[in-house]
Design a protein around this ligand. Structure first.
Ligand code: SF4
Ligand code: SF4
Length: 463
């Protein structure tokens, strides 16, 4: 299959990065990609989704990864996976000889091994330039679930209608479940049995880079984990902090020990991000050193400086993110032509072990298995967002009262960078706005029958 054909399938099937910002996958297909990497680092503590999906569907995912490699003309395909995921590595080993251009790149159990820039260095030895894109170094990185979605799209014509999510933390039975897009966080948490803390708080996406969420928030194509924690937990308290208070605390207690910079994963790859200098300049309002502020754009927001490194429990990441956002709003461009310094010897002994990170954050007791069930759970009602990815929101092609079947396109890709959105349940459309579509599910199609049609936009019927 050539790149154009594959790109068309991925766009119409609504495939985006199944985690992070949700970059449309078709736009990642690029003939400059001489190396493609499958990211199975899964470096956020407690997440257990990718390793299980890859273990149970190793051949499917490897074959789809090969298909992508062939389409872009890659010379080398690397599966970046932690040594610690032994069963998954065994599953990969049993098929790897079928894919001569593919190899396994083993990673240490450290954070943030899954940061694209870190991963690329670990498995290829290349350093992406500060502020640059991996493709400039001839590399493209794909998420495990994204590639599984590519397999289903190409082999079964199956668009993205549901999402795998790990539910961990203060729940009776931690699980990894497949749920329809648009169901709520509360719906998914209920699948893990009862909540085992009195005042639970939800964190979506992992303790390091995830965000606080309400129970009514809809599941999107990028939701990969729900962490249930007590309100008083360290992780929750750090995520509740306010930048103005953080700045005052930094002014009072940053001792310039440089630990935040010494352990910064981007700094260790020679990128000019030095959080301790930023803390000093920000608290002293020293705007003469503009490069200290401009360099915040090279921060990956991995959170290591504030969740682990800082000896005073200060929040460099939060403050850097605040400044970075301000620069972006003001239209300040990311500095170009900044070259990385050579990677120093010290990097090898400054990696942060996952075990230490979890202990520091009080997460060790939640590090239990979250077994995966890959069959999609049914839900009564879904609220499907039209913007679940980077780029333009999809445009609704259904109206209230329409009958839809699971998998029918309910919103078409907009012009420019965009993908389609599909019904995640069989049912009747209740409401359509410019932000979302609500569908009431009808079990087994009920007596509402949508006619078969060639064109997705015609596969709905007003009743
Ligand atoms: S969040 Fe902190 S540790 Fe991570 S890249 Fe930014 S400055 Fe470095
Ligand atoms: S680790 Fe904390 S105290 Fe030390 S320089 Fe960084 S922000 Fe300041």
């Amino acid at each position: 299959m050539d790149m154009k054909e594959l790109s068309g399938i991925l766009r119409s099937c609504g495939i985006v990065g199944a985690g992070g910002a949700g970059f449309p996958t078709y736009a990642k297909l690029d003939a400059r990609a001489k190396t493609i990497i499958l990211n199975c680092a899964e470096c956020e503590p407690l997440l257990k989704l990718h390793r299980q999906l890859l273990e149970k569907n190793a051949w499917d995912i490897m074959s789809a990864f090969q298909l992508i490699g062939d389409a872009v003309g890659a010379d080398e395909l690397v599966i970046g996976i932690k040594k610690a995921y032994k069963k998954t590595v065994e599953a990969l080993d049993s098929y790897i000889q079928e894919f001569p251009k593919m190899r396994i790149g083993l990673l240490d159990e450290v954070y943030p091994a899954g940061d694209e820039v870190v991963l690329i260095y670990e498995v290829t030895g290349k350093v992406v330039r500060p502020g640059g894109l991996p493709i400039e170094s001839g590399v493209a990185v794909f998420n495990v679930e994204t590639v599984y979605n590519v397999f289903k799209a190409v082999n079964e014509g199956h668009p993205v209608t549901d999402k795998l999510i790990s539910v961990v933390g203060e729940v009776e039975h931690p699980v990894t479940v497949r749920v329809p897009l648009g169901c709520t966080v509360d719906d998914v948490v209920a699948l893990a049995g009862s909540v085992t803390t009195k005042d639970p708080v939800y964190v979506l996406g992992g303790p390091m880079m995830g965000n606080l969420a309400s129970g009514s928030q809809p599941i999107t194509k990028t939701t990969n984990a729900i962490l249930v924690l007590p309100r008083a937990h360290t992780v929750v308290q750090k995520k509740c902090s306010k930048a103005s208070i953080d700045l005052n605390r930094a002014a009072a207690s940053c001792c310039q020990c440089t630990m935040c910079t010494d352990l910064c994963p981007r700094n260790l790859l020679g990128h000019p991000i030095e959080p301790h200098k930023f803390m000093l300049a920000a608290t002293c309002k020293d705007v003469q050193k503009t490069e200290v502020f401009l360099d915040t754009m090279f921060c990956s927001s991995c959170g290591l400086c504030e969740m682990y490194s800082c000896t005073q429990s200060l929040s460099p990441r939060t403050l850097i993110t605040e400044y970075k956002g301000g620069l972006r709003k003001a239209g300040v461009p990311v500095p170009k032509d900044v070259l990385p310094e050579p990677v120093g010897m010290e990097r090898s002994y400054r990696k942060v072990p996952m075990e230490r990170l979890m202990a520091r954050l009080g997460l060790t007791k939640y590090n239990v298995s979250a077994p995966m069930d890959n069959h999609c759970v049914s839900m009564d009602c879904v609220r499907i967002l039209l913007s679940q990815h980077i780029g333009a929101p999809a445009i609704a092609v259904v109206k209230a009262g329409d009958v839809v079947e699971k998998g029918h396109m309910i919103a078409k890709p907009a012009n420019g960078l965009s993908v389609g959105i599909h019904a995640s349940v069989d049912g009747r459309v209740r409401q359509v706005t410019d932000k979302f579509i609500i569908i009431d599910a009808v079990p087994d199609g009920g007596n509402l029958v949508a006619p078969a049609a060639e064109d997705d936009t015609e596969r709905t019927k007003t009743v």
